[in-house]
Design a binder for this molecule. Structure first.
Ligand code: HEC
Length: 160
């Protein structure tokens, strides 16, 4: 926060959001229980989500540090798009066991989970379109929309 203030950027709501909330996506990580089942579906999907976060965070870092580079942002978005499909096929039936932090609602309300996933896909499609079009304003705004779809799915389907 001090960095932003001393470097003369106004502390906008967006910046606060980037500083505080994006890192908070990480906090639910790091289960201590080993996934011993064949194929390790829980571990695999958790790794896939961590990987997704690792490609999502650099975009916010770039905005936060006020050094938007359109080509680099487009490249990061491409990377993110390549990773967004990975977790979902590892939510097979009967895969809600420790160390999973998924709520039973993932399997009980399949339609709602699917809707949350589709919202995420739609918002990241839009973000990627803006990123590839080198549209900074739309890209920044749509980044927050994608973030909201991560967060709202977590609120409904993941334990804190
Ligand atoms: C449609 C629902 C949904 C969306 C959208 C979603 N997640 Fe998740 N996420 C989950 C669920 C469910 C888990 C818990 C998985 C488990 O522990 O079995 C999870 C877990 C995670 C974890 C913790 C992994 C671990 O090691 O325990 C991270 C990090 C994460 N998500 C990041 C993201 C990011 C970043 C986005 C958006 C760019 C996102 N997620 C979008 C449902 C979602």
């Amino acid at each position: 926060m001090a960095v932003l203030l001393t470097s003369g950027f106004p502390m906008t709501r967006k910046m606060l959001f980037l500083l505080v909330l994006v890192p908070a996506l990480l906090l639910a990580g790091c289960g201590e229980v080993e996934d011993t089942r064949p194929g390790q579906p829980v571990k695999t999907r958790q790794e896939a989500f961590k990987d997704l976060l690792r490609s999502f965070e650099p975009m916010s870092k770039m905005m936060k540090e006020g050094r938007y580079d359109a080509d680099e942002f487009a490249r990061m978005s491409t990377d993110f798009m390549a990773k967004r499909k990975a977790p979902w096929s590892h939510f097979g039936s009967d895969t809600n066991y420790p160390p999973s932090k998924a709520k039973p609602e993932v399997w009980q309300d399949v339609a709602a989970f699917e809707r949350a996933k589709q919202d995420f896909f739609a918002s990241s499609d839009a973000l990627n379109a803006a990123a590839q079009a080198r549209d900074k304003t739309r890209g920044e705004n749509l980044y927050f929309r994608v973030y909201d779809t991560c967060k709202s799915c977590h609120d409904s389907f993941r334990h804190r």
